[in-house]
Design a protein around this ligand. Structure first.
Ligand code: SAM
Length: 262
């Protein structure tokens, strides 16, 4: 996969040289190029921003440096252009899988009040443009979003994570949060690892972990359980979910009391 990142703070992206993503680059699985937007400016001050039409606080990123920078990375196969923005579609694991199937991602890191909107419209001629948000809060720039998205997407590429099994068991892989994990020692500061994990009984361990997934998801992210298709669940799952207050209504999970409140 080729990745191009355009930013006025290329140093910010140095973190992409570390850990599994850095190793994937060394192994030739990821081809990452970081570009300084200021290299595409037209004046000696290397200006990238100007005052907003219509007034208001802050500055807006000028269109021409963006056009020049994007033209330099466009290629002829309509790459996906991700524009980090708090006004974008919220990034999640399903989107990470979708992006992992692409061969070329380009990221346009906004700063200030964002990029002149005409750039986003114009870029649609050569890119598959996707405004993407990291969540419902406002960052100072798109670089942190790029680090998060590249890490989430990169680890899904074959060969990046040593044991592909670890991707199957993780939070969000099957619509649930991951079960709690423990390591040695089995007793630590008067806290013991759940006995079942020491039993060596694979069947019991698997069902303990699955039940813990339901408990944790129900307590921390009940929105993930609401509407889950019952067809994906085993009878034993439905018993645990029943204890947690979930019934099957019209083929999907619904919380007994919360749905009654609505
Ligand atoms: N004025 C913009 C708005 O209200 O939508 C916010 C601009 S923000 C200060 C500057 C840049 O940070 C944005 O252009 C975007 O690149 C990035 N950014 C801020 N919050 C983000 C988020 N939640 N997800 C992704 N990128 C974000």
């Amino acid at each position: 996969m080729r990745i191009d990142v355009i930013s006025i703070f290329p140093e910010y992206l140095a973190a992409l040289e570390l850990s599994l993503i850095g190793k994937a680059r060394q192994d030739g699985l990821l081809d990452v190029h970081v570009h300084n937007l200021r290299d595409f400016t037209l004046d000696r001050h290397r200006t990238v921003d100007d005052t907003p039409y219509g007034g208001g606080a802050g500055m807006v990123m000028k269109p021409e440096p963006w056009a020049q920078a994007l033209e330099s990375v466009a290629g002829d196969r309509r790459p996906v252009l991700i524009v980090p923005s708090p006004a974008g579609t919220v990034f999640n694991q399903a989107m990470a899988h979708e992006l992992a199937a692409e061969s070329h991602l380009v990221f346009a890191c906004g700063r200030y009040e964002g990029i002149d909107e005409r750039v986003i419209e114009w870029a649609g001629e050569s890119f598959d443009v996707r405004p993407v948000s990291l969540g419902d809060y406002v960052l100072n720039g798109g670089e942190v979003a790029v680090l998060a998205i590249v890490e989430a997407v990169g680890r899904l590429l074959p060969g990046v994570v040593g044991n592909p099994e670890s991707l199957v068991e993780e939070s969000h892989a099957n619509g649930l949060l991951e079960y709690p994990v423990y390591t040695k020692p089995s007793s630590w500061r008067e806290r013991d690892v759940p006995e079942v994990l020491l039993s060596g009984n694979h069947g019991r361990i698997a069902s303990f972990r699955r039940h813990e997934q339901f408990r944790r998801t129900a307590s921390r992210r009940p929105d993930l359980l609401e509407g889950l298709a019952a067809a994906t669940l085993e009878p034993a799952d439905l018993t645990v979910l029943g204890e947690l207050g979930y019934d099957v209504v019209g083929g999907v999970l619904a919380h007994r009391y919360r749905s009654a409140e609505l």
